[in-house]
Structure formats: C-alpha cells, structure tokens
Ligand binder design. Sequence first.
Ligand code: ZN
Length: 183
Amino acid sequence: MSLLPITLFGDKILRKKTSKVTKVDNETIELIRDMFATLRNANGIGLAANQVGADKQIFVVDISGVEGFEESKPMTIINPKIVERSEKKNKMEEGCLSIPDVRAEIERPEEITLTYQDVDLKEHTIKTSDVLSRVIQHEYDHLQGILFTDYLSEEEKKELKKDLENIKKRKMEVDYPVSEAAH
Ligand code: ZN
C-alpha cells in the first residue's frame, strides 16, 4: 500500500472528464486500496481517481470520521451516474484536498439517487441525503472535471484568486503528499 500524491488546483487532469472503467484488474484494486490510504492520511472524507492522477471513473468515500456518521461504511463507487436530484436544495460548507485551505458554502440538491458499480462491477442504486449526498455530489463532479469553486459567484472567485494562484505555484502548506507544480 502506498500514499499517492494528490493533484492540486491547476493540474490538467482535474479538468478532464474521466474514462469509464470496463475491467477491475489487480492494478485497479491496488489503486483503490491506495486511494483509501491516501484519503485517510489526508483526513479527507472523499477522493476521486483524478485527484491521484488516474483517469478512471472511480471515487472512494469514508464519512465515518464525521460526527454522527461513525457507523457509515467506506464505499468504493465505480462508473457512477446521478439519476435523480431533489428539487429541494441545501447549503453546506465544502473543502477539497485538491484545493487546500479553501472552504466555501455551496448550494446543492439535498437528496440524490445514484447508480454505480462496485469492485465486482455489480450494479447498485442508492438514494442518499445529508453528508453522504453532499460528498457523493462533490466527488461525482470531480469525475466530470468540475471543482466546487466553479459554483462560486464571480465576486467570490475574485476573492479566492490569490489563494488559487498560490496553490498552483505550491506556495501553501499541506501535511500530505501532493503532485509537483506544472512547468
Ligand atoms: Zn474535492
């Protein structure tokens, strides 16, 4: 098992729509294992494959560290599709391991219905709400090349510009391995 460097804001792979997984081979199993290790090491609750440089429709979620959700089981989500979004929306503060130290209130649908495949490529459909729904929508966006900061107003984006530029130049501190700055 190894820790993988996390890609940061400005890395091109974070803006790419990831590719569908058609086969879960040993390499994929190892990737998923490493993604969980990387997620836990960074104290995160969700991590998408392109956040560790892999062009695959996979994300992992573990919200058992969140108060009130200690019983939640870790999930590996492959080839997800959000098939339904509730009209009712709510606001929650979000952060992202690829955008260190930036947090913002984001409005999203409160509940979603998701279809996905597990590591055996078996199909599942789940309806989620609350924190799990929020994390899944955030990670799902990653696989489409979307970041939570994309939802901010122009004014809010302007305020964050300096922080985001600093992240691109790696002029920030994190206590987990990250990708090298693009040249
Ligand atoms: Zn993220």
